[in-house]
Ligand binder design. Structure first.
Ligand SMILES: [Zn+2]
Length: 296
C-alpha cells in the first residue's frame, strides 16, 4: 500500500494519452514493477520503461536457456523447433498466407527478432530468400552453425542498404521493445510498396483482464508493452500502416502431453471461442502501407 501511494499518473509512451496505475508484478528476484494502462489507446506498459541497454543485457546470457518464468528451455532443440513451426504454420493459414504467396513474383523475407531462425528456415524451405536479424548473439550463432541466414545486429541501427522485402515478420517480439514505434517505422522503410508485415504479440483480451497479475504473459521486466487490437491500430497508424486482418489465439489451456479427453475437449472449444471473439492471449495482425492500399 505504501508503494501504491507513491505512484502517479503517467503519460502513455505510445499515444501521449493519460496513463494510470493498473497492476504491479514482482520479477523472480522480488523486484516490483508497475504496469500502467492508457485511458486513450488502452495499451498497458511498464512504468517507467526500462532502458534499451538494460534489456540488451537481460537477453545476452541466460534468457533462452532457462525457462522458469523467463526465457525458453534450450531454444535450439528439435522439440522447440517443431513447436515453433507448428504455431507458425497455423498462424500463416489463418493469415491466408499460402494463397497470397502463390501470386508473388519475388519472395524476399526479413524476420526481425529471429532468435535461432526457426521461422527463417521454414520460409527458406518454401523457396523464400530469407534473412533473420536479432541481437541475441548466442541464438544467432547457434542458427548460423546449422546454415541459417541470420545476422546478429541491432535492427534499429543496421543498414540494409537498398534491399526491400515482400514480407517482414515479427513474431512474439513487439512486447519486448521499449521503442516499438521505431521498429515498425524502420520495417516500413524496407517494405516493398505492396508488401506485408505479419506481427504477433500478447493480447490484453479476456484472460489478461480476468487474471490480472497472474496472467501468464505478464512477464516483467521482459514484456514492456501489452497490446490489443485497438492499441495495435494506434501504433500502426502512427507508422503509416493499417491492419487488414487480425485474429487471436490461446484460451489459457496450454498444450500438454498425455492429457485427458475432457481437457482436450475444453481446450478445443476454448481455442475456437478465443479465435472467434478476439479474446485470446495472443493477437496476430497483417499490416500494409496506407500509402499503397492495393487490393488483395
Ligand atoms: Zn496510449
Amino acid at each position: 500500500m505504501k508503494f501504491q501511494a507513491r505512484v502517479a499518473i503517467g503519460v502513455c509512451p505510445l499515444c501521449g494519452g493519460l496513463s494510470a496505475p493498473h497492476l504491479t508484478k514482482a520479477d523472480a528476484a522480488g523486484k516490483i514493477y508497475n504496469i500502467y494502462a492508457c485511458s486513450n489507446c488502452t495499451v498497458w506498459h511498464l512504468h517507467p520503461l526500462p532502458s534499451t541497454s538494460e534489456l540488451t543485457e537481460l537477453y545476452q546470457s541466460t534468457y533462452f536457456k532457462e525457462r522458469s518464468d523467463r526465457g525458453y528451455a534450450d531454444y535450439t532443440s528439435e522439440k522447440i523447433y517443431r513447436s515453433v513451426v507448428s504455431t507458425l504454420a497455423k498462424n500463416l493459414r489463418d493469415l491466408d498466407f499460402f494463397s497470397w504467396e502463390q501470386n508473388l513474383r519475388d519472395k524476399k523475407l526479413l524476420e526481425v527478432g529471429c532468435a535461432a531462425g526457426h521461422a527463417v528456415a521454414f520460409f527458406a524451405d518454401r523457396g523464400w530468400q530469407s534473412l533473420g536479424i536479432d541481437i541475441a548473439r548466442e541464438m544467432v550463432v547457434a542458427g548460423q552453425h546449422i546454415g541459417r541466414n541470420l545476422l546478429c545486429a541491432d535492427f534499429l541501427r543496421h543498414d540494409f542498404e537498398n534491399q526491400k522485402f515482400n514480407l517482414i515478420t515479427h513474431w512474439a517480439t513487439l512486447e519486448h521493445l521499449p521503442d516499438a514505434e521505431a521498429f515498425l517505422r524502420k520495417m516500413v522503410q524496407y517494405l516493398e510498396p505492396d508488401g506485408r508485415i505479419y506481427l504477433s504479440t500478447c493480447n490484453t483480451g479476456y484472460f489478461a483482464r480476468r487474471k490480472g497479475a497472474a496472467w501468464r504473459y505478464l512477464n516483467v521486466p521482459e514484456h514492456v508493452f501489452y497490446f490489443n487490437k485497438k492499441s495495435l491500430a494506434e501504433l500502426a497508424a502512427r507508422c503509416g500502416l493499417e491492419i487488414i486482418r487480425s485474429f487471436s489465439y490461446g484460451s489459457g489451456f496450454t498444450t500438454r502431453e498425455n492429457t485427458s479427453w475432457w481437457y482436450r475437449c475444453k481446450k478445443r472449444i476454448g481455442d475456437r471461442l478465443a479465435h472467434f471473439f478476439l479474446t485470446g492471449d495472443m493477437i496476430v495482425v497483417e499490416l500494409r502501407s496506407r500509402a499503397n492500399p492495393k487490393t488483395r
